[in-house]
Design a protein around this ligand. Structure first.
Ligand SMILES: [Zn+2]
Length: 459
């Protein structure tokens, strides 16, 4: 095992050594299910899907937990707005999340715990923290964590509590000893639906967000994880609070390796719901096939920001076509296993073993594709396909991928059909022909009939 992982905690590349030889326990913070997933969520899911695939390809057994936050202010607000129950909203959004993730070829994690199924474990951890003097009951009925009582607070961010304060925009005390103290248990408000009130020794209420992950990770994976992951925006305060809660309760390290994926940015701004500059996975899938989206994410390093634009997705599609062209030229031989001593396979492995350096791994695929084009070797084409499989790309039928290759959304095709009909009505037949040929060049065949024009992907 010569895998090295960049550990956010030490800010260094470290040799990966799981607690139990041959077995990896990985926890990744998942979605708050009040709305549909956007491309930023897709990036995090794809990043850690790649991690777990590579760990498995390296011969390790992986238990991968990605939680679902199904209780939160935003969820309550949205359900009330919609006039539906929390459960009906979160069930619908979890179904939609699965649809999107499955469509993108992301493997389901081993466990996807819903926070509301782990309330007793959260309450038990809060009880432990209170006994240890790390939690206190505030006047407003909430139970808060006392960050100043935990000496390691700020270690993931590499900042002291006072430095973290400086970065805070608003210091709302709201019954807290320190504005950074996270709420562990929120006391029930009369205005809130009965569905979000649980009985407890602290009075009726519901859990805070951070305690959910601490309790679920401990219950499903044990007190110390091998890998804890999430988007880089979760480092502070979410992961800092998870560390304070879990380590405060158990006295053991929460995770040995902390991994954070970079943002997807549009016009240099982080893609997010609050900024309104997001693209839903299902909308992008109308325009681009799943493999192109996946390749767009995979060919950038997971820790770097990734710029989203149609130009970049078009380019990803064109690059992927070049790889498929080699597999179309030389039918790949099915391999029983990858020979990691092959020079291309060895280079691919070296790249992936260095903190999952997918850009370098993809570069190896292009070199190998060039070699396949020159040598016409079915064995090398087979290796190209098998290495692509480690990134979950290049598994489609090359002919289908190359020919079905349209990047046009249905609405865009329809707009072109309408424009052609208008050109015909204006007797501008040259323009009508230009539109037909233009679509054909993009893999779309038009069929005219007395009732109108229909289209199909070229066979
Ligand atoms: Zn979390």
């Amino acid at each position: 095992m010569s895998l090295r992982i960049y550990n956010t905690l030490s800010r260094e590349l470290e040799e990966f050594s799981p607690l139990q030889p041959g077995r990896v326990r990985m926890y990744v913070c998942g979605m708050t299910v009040y709305d549909l997933c956007h491309l930023g969520h897709a990036r995090s899911m794809i990043a850690f899907d790649l991690v777990q695939r590579w760990l498995k390809a390296s011969g390790l057994a992986v238990t991968y937990v990605r939680n679902i936050t199904d209780i939160d202010d935003k969820i309550i607000r949205r359900a009330v707005e919609n006039g539906e129950t929390i459960r009906s909203l979160t069930d619908r959004m979890i179904d939609a999340l699965h649809e999107d993730a499955d469509a993108l070829g992301i493997e389901r994690p081993t466990h996807e715990p819903r926070a509301t199924d782990y309330i007793p474990q959260m309450l038990s951890m809060i009880g432990t923290l209170e006994k240890k003097g790390l939690a206190y009951r505030a006047e407003n009925g909430d139970v808060n964590y006392a960050v100043r009582k935990f000496p390691g607070y700020g270690k993931l961010s590499g900042k002291s509590i006072d430095e973290l304060h400086a970065g805070e925009r608003v210091a709302v005390l709201d019954g807290k000893d320190d504005p950074l103290d996270p709420v562990l248990w929120k006391s029930a408000k009369p205005s809130e639906p009965e569905e979000v009130k649980w009985a407890s020794e602290f009075g009726p209420g519901r859990p805070g967000w951070h305690i959910e992950c601490s309790a679920m990770a401990c219950e499903l994976l044990g007190e110390t994880l091998d890998i804890h992951g999430g988007g880089e925006d979760l480092q502070f305060p979410h992961h800092e609070n998870e560390i304070a809660q879990s380590e405060g309760a158990t006295g053991k390290p929460l995770a040995n390796y902390w991994m954070h994926n970079g943002f997807i940015v549009t016009d240099n701004e982080k893609m997010s719901k609050s900024l309104g500059n997001f693209f839903l996975i299902r909308d992008v899938l109308k325009k681009y096939d799943a493999e192109t989206i996946r390749f767009f994410v995979v060919r950038a390093h997971y820790r770097r920001p990734l710029n989203y634009s149609d130009v970049h997705l078009d380019d990803a599609r064109a690059s992927l076509k070049r790889l498929y062209t080699s597999l179309d030229l030389v039918a790949p031989q099915a391999l029983a296993a990858i020979d990691w001593n092959d020079p291309y396979a060895a280079r691919f492995k070296a790249a992936m073993d260095e903190d999952f350096a997918t850009p370098e791994a993809v570069a190896v695929l292009f070199d190998l594709a060039g070699e396949v084009n020159r040598t016409q070797s079915p064995a090398q084409a087979g290796l190209l396909k098998a290495l692509g499989g480690c990134l979950n790309i290049l598994q489609d039928d090359p002919k289908r991928f190359l020919r079905a290759g349209t990047t046009l959304a249905e609405s865009a095709i329809q707009a072109q059909i309408d424009a052609r009909a208008a050109a015909k009505a204006a007797k501008n037949f040259a323009e009508a022909d230009r539109i037909r040929n233009d679509l054909l060049a993009q893999g779309i065949v038009l069929k005219d009939s007395p009732t109108g024009t229909t289209w199909a992907a070229a066979q």
